[in-house]
Ligand binder design. Structure first.
Ligand code: SF4
Length: 281
């Protein structure tokens, strides 16, 4: 519900509703469920928030600047069935506030088509639509996404909990990707081999990529940069032979293979240029 977000590719988070139910094994350690347990509320109680129209206030007060990337439904799934009665109003807000970028990620990709607004057309220019794909069991979501017209289609490859073979056909028409490992006490480690495989497939396909985090378990390069003797940290070795070290989330940054990877879709640069020309603000 806050303007602030710990997700560093985003400038703000908008939660028009909160609450969710698990749909896949990738949801096992969902941070919203962890927060609910800590704060003793029922995570599966899906409810509209009092801050539903917060982006309108941000715009008026200019507390969130134009071109901000706003993560939508960080504590829910935008396409959850229980939120059907409120979604039309949420679409309306996004369409009106076209100086912001609204970024929607879902695990309920099979519902996207039936939940789009009547005037969606080729997609609202300021809405980026993505699916979460952290395991091969989620590949159908990419096929679902391909069927939806959108200004930016993206993959949120996190938490990456298994090896995924991304083929060129899967990545055609994908404009952005985020790669990340899992956070939280019971975080499942990400094999550096899986992350590198995904990175290479995206690079070959020309998909700009944002490496968000290793998660709680870091690769040897990141570990070596953060602690004097990585071998003093708890280690996990994968069947591939690679080893990761438990550093805790705050120590695992954006380096993959020693390279910082913080790319955004090309459409964002174009939007920035167009915005300058409009200079309405
Ligand atoms: S869909 Fe997202 S918010 Fe919902 S339970 Fe799964 S990980 Fe959590």
């Amino acid at each position: 519900m806050s303007e602030k977000t710990g997700v560093d590719w985003a400038d703000a988070m908008w939660n028009p509703w909160i609450g969710c139910t698990r749909v896949t094994l990738e949801c096992k350690n969902c941070y919203f469920f962890r927060a609910a347990e800590r704060c003793r509320f029922t995570a599966s109680n899906i409810r509209k928030t009092k801050t539903f129209d917060e982006p309108m206030k941000w715009r008026k007060s200019r507390s969130v600047k134009p071109l901000a990337k706003i993560m939508v439904c960080g504590w829910s799934d935008f396409f959850h069935e229980a939120s059907d009665p409120w979604r039309a109003d949420a679409w309306h807000i996004m369409r009106m506030l076209d100086e912001y970028v609204f970024v929607i990620t879902t695990k309920r990709s099979e519902r996207i088509a039936e939940c789009l607004p009547p005037d969606w057309g080729g997609g609202y220019p300021n809405v980026w639509l993505g699916v979460s794909v952290g395991h091969p069991c989620a590949l159908q979501r990419i096929a679902d996404l391909h069927r939806i017209p959108a200004a930016v289609r993206f993959l949120s490859i996190e938490p990456l909990i298994a090896s995924i073979q991304f083929t060129p056909a899967m990545l055609r028409g994908i404009h952005w990707a985020i790669i990340g490992g899992e956070s939280g006490l019971d975080a499942r480690p990400m094999d550096p081999v899986w992350a590198h495989q995904a990175r290479i497939s995206l690079l070959v396909a020309g998909v700009p990529t944002y490496f968000k985090q290793w998660g709680v378990w870091a690769d040897p390069i990141t570990a070596a940069l953060n602690i004097p003797t990585p071998t003093s940290a708890i280690a996990h070795t994968f069947p591939s032979g690679s080893t990761v070290y438990r550093l805790g989330l705050k120590n695992t940054g954006h380096l993959i293979n020693g390279e910082e990877l913080l790319e955004y879709p090309q459409a964002y640069a174009i939007m920035r240029e167009n915005f300058k020309k409009r200079s309405r603000w």
